[in-house]
Design a protein around this ligand. Structure first.
Ligand code: MEV
Length: 400
């Protein structure tokens, strides 16, 4: 079986590392060449966005050592910040080492996810009787879902499509009066889903206007994808991470974030260091993921950490993460961007859910690494030794 804990990987040069990744993922010569071509997207850039004048490359590094649900992954991360990839790799190594226990210590990450259901929001206004409009909309649910599904027979054939409706009345307490908000729930399968959902939301709007006599304004996906949740868990054996003092230090760091929004912002930022890097490497919409993550952190009305840290009966450290993750493996830039395609091939994920679960595990690992460093020697020692090269380059150093 292929393993991701390849010792000394960091000591190799980029070409030697790429050879290992190529063998691990079974990449073609052509795919490997795309990764090592750091220059440009070529003509593709001009097709992807407007007013193109160039491209801005980011380094892609590989997070090593990840064992997720018993499977080894090499995880491409695209990021400009020093020490993030090393920290994730180090955390993943600790998650799979130490004495294995019944609770799962030393067995890497376990993950789960809900169905990939996204919300399309439709804002209905100018109805004098909003509760009755809500009733009418729900009574016409089957027809609304039918109209939505007519827009995307391919998705429906794959088992996805519009599956449900939620309707709420918001009283604005202003001259605008009440608005009726309809949530169209769409199983988007392996896509991020924005295009499918927005098309469906726009398509059902005229029918909703017709049956309620109101006027529809906004028809757009919600980035707060609470029906598309992903979680990951890892049990770090206390002996693998520096003993009980480190376990307590990490839990205290978590409690600091739980009760102080100033710390919580930074705690969650560290999680997003890992999450965004994989989201970007796979050509996904990191703004959408960020918006969802930070809003989800506030879903209780109090801004909270996206991870939780506690001790089990053996005094080992148990970490969990839960957040919405709207990422796809088809559609959008994902299949157009050559590097994103190769990165997905390296990951070897078969579904969007599997990708989301890997990303959640990286977020948890990233948070563990940051809290462990902060609670012990501090972040600067490790960070600055790796960052020294950037400082030297900025000062004009060249080559080795
Ligand atoms: C730096 O990019 C991320 C950290 O600040 C995260 C944290 O403090 O938990 C190290």
């Amino acid at each position: 079986m292929k393993r991701s804990d390849i010792s000394g990987f960091y000591k190799l040069n980029p070409a030697e590392r790429l050879k290992i990744v190529k063998d691990f993922a079974g990449l073609s010569d052509e795919a490997a060449a795309i990764l090592s071509n750091t220059a440009s997207l070529g003509d593709l850039a001009d097709l992807m966005v407007e007013n193109v004048v160039g491209t801005m490359p980011l380094p892609v590094g590989i997070a090593m050592n990840f064992l997720i649900n018993g499977k080894d992954y090499l995880i491409p991360m695209a990021i400009e910040e020093t020490s993030v990839i090393a920290a994730a790799s180090n955390a993943a190594k600790m998650a799979r080492t130490g004495p294995r226990t019944k609770a799962g210590a030393g067995t890497g990450f376990q993950t789960s996810s809900t169905e990939p259901v996204m919300i399309g929001q439709i804002q209905l206004m100018n109805v004098p009787d909003p509760s009755s409009a809500k009733f009418t909309i729900l009574a016409n649910k089957d027809r609304i879902l039918e109209i939505a599904n007519e827009q995307d027979p391919v998705l429906v054939n794959l088992g996805g499509g519009a599956k449900g409706l939620e309707v709420k009345v918001i009283d604005t307490d202003t001259a605008a009066g009440s608005m009726v908000i309809i949530h169209l729930l769409v199983d988007v399968k392996d896509a991020m889903g924005a295009n499918a959902v927005n098309t469906m939301a726009e398509a059902v709007a005229p029918f909703i206007e017709q049956i309620t006599g109101g006027r529809v304004y906004l028809r757009i996906i919600s980035n707060l994808a609470t029906h598309r949740l992903v979680s990951a868990r890892a049990v770090f054996a206390k002996d693998a991470i520096g003993g009980e003092e480190t376990v307590d230090g990490i839990i205290n760091a978590y409690l600091f974030a739980k009760y102080d929004p100033y710390r919580c912002a930074t705690h969650n930022k560290g999680i997003m260091n890992g999450i965004d890097a994989v989201v970007i490497a796979t050509g996904n919409d990191f703004r959408a993921v960020e918006a969802g993550a930070y809003t989800y952190a506030f879903i209780t009305g109090k801004y909270l950490p996206l991870t939780r840290w506690e001790k089990n009966r053996d005094n080992d450290l148990v970490g969990t993460i839960e957040l919405p993750l709207a990422v796809g493996i088809v559609g959008g830039a994902i299949r157009a961007h050559p590097t994103a395609k190769v990165n997905l091939e390296i990951l070897g994920v078969k579904t969007a859910n599997e990708l989301a679960e890997v990303i959640a595990a990286v977020g948890l690992a990233q948070n563990f690494a940051a809290l462990r460093a902060l609670a012990t020697e501090g972040i600067q020692r490790g960070h600055m030794s790796l960052h020294a090269r950037n400082v030297a380059i900025a000062a004009g150093a060249d080559g080795k």
